[in-house]
Design a protein around this ligand. Structure first.
Ligand SMILES: [Zn+2]
Length: 362
């Protein structure tokens, strides 16, 4: 059997249990955020739903499952308030889209996909009631069905007991797959009633393989900053023209001017972002700037679409090539500090003053 996943042995073990009709009706898969938890959970769901029970990949069910559109594959996941029904159904299209773009979807990338604010992701009681309602109906196909619930750790406390009830009273031909990134935050009663499965973490090598279409230096930087969170690395490497570029542009302009009170303000607002969001912001922006400097050095015009909200050309023409390298070094060091859990405000303040020096060429 080919090694599609880092956790292929785990998936094989689950598939074997399914073949022998020994798969527990409730499974708890744990992995780090942005690692293989969702990937393995989805692969297991596809095997459960396959019409030949052989993960043929060719039957109608396999095809539907591969595009996350099987009528007996139910998704539940944390979301933000503001939807019309107050359930995950409001965000189902976004969820399918996000997973389609990034199968290693991590909580921060998901949050950024559905909200521009720092709203907390949660699974409210209404969502658990909605799951109960869906599972009380008969399966559309009359065969197996699956509930894949991502991040049960985000379930509100009162709702946890409702989920427990669902797990304690198994329904015929119904499998529950819980994917958690923080098992310690789950109710012990939920954990004890599920079959536990643990994904091995991803390593730098997996990043280099995943990003083999990128320059090696980029792949290595992605691994250094984000490993083992491959999902965050994928988000960072895509979509360079994210709206957050103007946040970065504002920060750079402030550093350029170098007024301490302004720097302190911008640092306060930046430290309101989650750490993962901040790393993605800096990583993307660094590449963005490097592209600008490159064009400037080559003396070729930068296309407006390359620029987004930041005037890279203006900024980069104010900086000598040696300054560009210094800026790149400061941003790298800042990413490294965030990775090492240095206090966020301290790291950003230090980086801001170092950037000011780099802009001024000293
Ligand atoms: Zn099939």
């Amino acid at each position: 059997m080919s090694q599609l996943y880092n956790n292929q042995p785990l998936l094989d073990q689950l598939a074997k249990a399914l073949d022998r009709e020994k798969l527990h009706h409730a499974n708890l898969v744990s992995s780090g955020p942005g690692e293989e938890g969702l990937v393995i959970g989805l692969a297991l769901a596809a095997r459960i739903l396959c019409d030949t029970q052989n993960h043929c990949g060719a039957c109608k069910s396999c095809k539907q499952a591969s595009v996350l559109q099987h009528p007996d594959l139910h998704f539940s996941f944390p979301f933000v308030s503001g939807g019309t029904s107050g359930t995950a159904d409001d965000f189902l299209t976004d969820f399918r889209g996000a997973l389609g773009e990034n199968k290693y979807l991590d909580p921060d990338s998901w949050q950024q996909k559905i909200t521009s604010k720092n709203q907390q992701l949660q699974i409210p009681i209404k969502e658990i009631q909605n799951i109960h309602k869906k599972l009380s109906l008969t399966a559309a196909s009359g065969k197996n069905r699956v509930l894949l619930l991502w991040m049960p750790e985000q379930i509100k406390k009162q709702a946890s007991n409702k989920l427990l009830k669902l797990i304690e009273e198994p329904l015929p031909k119904t499998y529950i797959i819980l994917i958690t990134h923080r098992k310690s935050r789950l109710l012990p009663t939920i954990v004890s009633r599920c079959a536990p499965w643990h994904c091995k973490p991803l390593e730098e090598g997996h990043f280099l393989v995943h990003f083999n279409d990128q320059p090696e230096a980029t792949a290595k930087l992605l691994a250094m900053v984000f490993a083992p969170n491959l999902g965050a690395a994928i988000s960072a490497s895509e979509d360079a023209e994210s709206t957050q570029i103007d946040v970065f542009a504002h920060w750079m302009r402030t550093c350029y001017r170098g007024a301490p009170t302004e720097i302190s303000e911008v640092v306060t607002s930046l430290s309101g972002l989650t750490k993962e969001a901040l790393k993605i912001l800096i990583f993307r922006s660094q590449h963005f700037l490097e592209r600008g400097f490159y064009h400037n050095i080559q003396n070729t015009p930068v296309q407006a679409t390359d620029l987004g909200a930041i005037n890279v050309q203006k900024l980069s023409s104010a900086v000598r090539p040696s300054g560009a390298m210094a800026i790149s070094r400061v941003l790298n060091a800042c990413l490294y500090d965030l990775e090492r859990n240095i206090h966020v405000k301290t790291a950003l303040t230090f980086a801001s003053f170092e950037l000011h020096k780099a802009f001024r060429g000293n």
